[in-house]
Design a protein around this ligand. Structure first.
Ligand code: AMP
Length: 187
């Protein structure tokens, strides 16, 4: 089973992905975490993207597509992937389909966590205190939201006609959302 968790920044994708990983024994693929690791390790990619990410812009599709390719083709992770924060553009969504197709895999569930802008701002401001992420200040949050609306939201039109697309109210309590997702997966 492969799962995509989709939604704006602050929708709770990471939290829900971690829960599904535990319950269904999957591997979380968070491109945000992969990129932050590159920055921490001061790799070539890390140096290239550090400033871009702290400003709330996206890493290029090329960089991100490269990072996920190895994971998709890793036989130990095959059909056990949960994508969190990927795809974030139409190009990435098409690339994901191609990579999965060429490794004989598919997406089994797409969950869209729908959250309004006010809730996002409140949540990210809380997260800034807890996690001290450099891209969690108010201006950057607003920038990330705009980038989401411009670049990521079109991916919804690409996915929403699929039979395995589920929209979930991401403004609800974490546990409520988790149990909704679990129920859908278990049916
Ligand atoms: P996240 O941890 O998913 O909120 O991602 C943090 C930041 O990493 C984003 O605001 C982007 O700058 C960058 N990022 C994460 N995933 C992607 C992606 N799939 N494509 C481009 N940039 C990404």
């Amino acid at each position: 089973m492969n799962v995509v968790i989709f939604g704006p920044p602050g929708a709770g994708k990471g939290t829900q992905a971690q829960n599904i990983v535990k319950k269904f024994n999957l591997h979380q693929v968070s491109t945000g975490d992969l990129l932050r690791t590159e920055i921490k390790n001061k790799s070539e990619i890390g140096k290239e993207i550090e400033e871009i990410i702290s400003k709330g812009d996206f890493a290029t599709d090329d960089v991100v597509n490269k990072l996920i390719k190895n994971i998709i083709f890793d036989p130990k992770k095959k059909d056990k992937l949960i994508f969190d924060g990927y795809p974030r553009s139409l190009n990435q969504a098409k690339n994901l389909d191609l990579l999965l197709d060429s490794s004989n895999q598919k997406i089994d569930f797409i969950f869209f966590l729908n959250v309004n802008k006010e809730t996002i701002i409140k949540r990210i401001e809380r997260r800034k205190i807890l996690e001290k992420r450099s891209d969690d200040d108010l201006n950057t949050i607003l920038k990330r939201y705009d980038t989401y609306m411009d670049t990521t939201r079109p991916v919804l039109d690409f996915y929403c006609k699929n039979r395995n697309f589920y929209e979930i109210d991401g403004g609800e309590e974490i546990e409520v959302i988790s149990s909704k997702i679990e129920q859908i997966i278990r049916v």
